[in-house]
Design a protein around this ligand. Structure first.
Ligand code: TGC
Ligand code: FAD
Length: 392
């Protein structure tokens, strides 16, 4: 990839809304992405490989458990810092942000919120440092948007639980040391179990042939009579609300992350529009190209305000799940539209790996699907404003 010349747009002086700590955290993540991600990411995406060597660096910038208390190895930061870290990482690549999102909000969060003290002490510090990596198994081959139908189940065998079933589309699965697995007990109630690599009957085949999130490792989780120790059940919350609570935190991070991808596409297209000459002048001088750029910066600015306000609400513990759905849906859609327009602005060059835009665009096709699809989030908003449930 050519040199990373990224300059972050801040059209409404939103930096004024950030504290010194927010800016410090954001700038450290931004510099790290320029140094460690930008030079290698195109190559890893082309090879469809996750760059394992970046795990330590992700831990060092606080990307694993930004808001988990320091006593458990987390960074003890607020929700806006968490969002800003996700924004910067996704500015580099959505797949790398996925790894950080899963580790923080889908693995550390449930252990912190639903685990007992022994589980917290055993796992959280090692997850924060990257010594252990985790994944989150909710989706099944026949149950994606409707996880309540899941068939993965466990039976109480006295000394242990016997786990059977399968999960698919699981980020980090091929290399994760532990998996937070959502499964039904004999009465059909959903619980979270910590399943460790090496447990007999537990395998994690990798999913190949992805055109999207190629630098993120995706796989299945297969449980064939896996004996899970009883102390590995997360005791403090059960029911579908438990995994959905984790999703709230991850979806919030994605609402920020998508802004990063959009900013990168906008910044690249803006620079290109000033350099590329056609008909004797820069293409940025043509009204049709200006329309695209003007709409991009408008939408980025609106998305930044939405994410920032949601962060304030989350810091005050006042954000609703429906508000998070709105921000995830809006901001990912905004980023995808910008990526498509920016790609067009680069003409033929836009399809090459010389520029990050096509990679962002393809990545965002997953981001718009996972953590609840675009349409599912619309229906969550519809339910919230009408009180009428379209799912049932
Ligand atoms: P429903 O009856 O509405 O709710 C069941 C229980 O859950 C509670 N609840 C929530 N709790 C916390 N946060 C939320 N966002 C919640 N939404 C609902 C609800 O109050 C109820 O509690 P209780 O106590 O009454 O039992 O459930 P439903 O079966 O009708 O489904 C609703 C629906 C469709 C919105 C939900 O299932 C959904 O969000 N579906 C989308 C599935 C999804 O997002 N999957 C994501 C898998 S993980 C992933 O994609 C990771 S990608 C990571 C990466 O690489 O970055
Ligand atoms: P389906 O649920 O089959 O949906 C298909 C289409 O039908 C969609 O357009 C959907 O919007 C629409 N639809 C469904 N229900 C309705 C309805 N009621 N009304 C209107 N339209 C509807 N899952 C995990 O558990 N952990 C992970 O780490 C994880 N990582 C992922 C990584 C990648 C790269 C991808 C692609 C997915 C990942 N997922 C993960 C799974 C992801 O959450 C699901 O793909 C997503 O929830 C959608 O489920 P589905 O693919 O089964 O689609």
């Amino acid at each position: 990839m050519s040199q990373d010349l990224f300059q972050a747009p801040d059209y409404y002086q939103l930096d004024d809304l950030l504290t010194d700590e927010h800016k410090l955290v954001r700038d450290a993540a931004r510099e790290w992405v320029k140094r460690e991600i930008s030079p290698i990411i195109e190559d890893y995406a082309q090879k469809a490989e996750f760059p394992n060597q970046i795990i330590k660096g992700l831990a060092e910038i606080g990307a694993f458990g930004p808001y988990i208390p320091e006593e458990y190895g987390g960074a003890g930061l607020d929700q806006i810092s968490y969002g800003l870290i996700m924004q910067e990482i996704e500015r580099g690549d959505s797949g790398i942000r996925s790894t950080a999102s899963v580790q923080s909000s889908l693995v550390m969060y449930p252990i912190w919120k639903y685990g007992n003290e022994d589980q917290r002490q055993k796992y959280l510090p090692k997850l924060a440092s990257g010594e252990l990596m985790g994944c989150f198994g909710l989706t099944e081959p026949d149950y994606g948007s409707n996880p309540s139908g899941m068939v993965t189940n466990f039976k109480d065998k006295g000394d242990y639980y016997l786990l059977n079933g399968a999960k698919m589309w699981i980020s980090n699965a091929p290399f994760a040391d532990i998996a937070i697995v959502w499964a039904k007990d004999e009465s059909g109630r959903i619980h979270g179990l910590i399943v460790e690599r090496g447990m007999e009957g537990f395998t994690t085949p990798e999913t190949h042939n992805k055109w999207s999130l190629r630098a993120s490792a995706t796989g299945e989780l297969i449980f064939d009579n896996v004996k899970v120790p009883k102390e590995n059940l997360l005791p403090k919350k059960s029911g579908l609300g438990a995994p959905l609570g984790c999703l709230d935190s991850a979806r919030y991070g994605i609402a920020w992350g998508a802004i990063g991808a959009a900013m990168d596409c906008y910044d690249t297209a803006l620079r290109y529009s000033k350099e590329r000459l056609q008909f004797g002048k820069p293409i940025g001088a043509f009204q049709l190209q200006q329309k695209k750029l003007a709409e991009m910066i408008t939408e980025i600015t609106k998305a930044q305000l939405l994410a920032w306000r949601l962060g304030v609400l989350r810091n005050e513990d006042k954000a609703t799940s429906a508000q998070i759905s709105m921000a995830k849906r809006n901001n990912v859609d905004m980023a995808l539209t910008i990526a498509r327009d920016a790609r067009q602005m680069l003409g033929g060059m836009g399809i090459t790996g010389e520029y990050s835009i096509m990679r962002h665009m393809m990545n965002l096709e997953s981001v718009v699907t996972y953590e609840g699809t675009h349409d599912i989030h619309l229906l969550i908003t519809g339910l919230d404003v009408t009180g009428l449930n379209a799912f049932k």
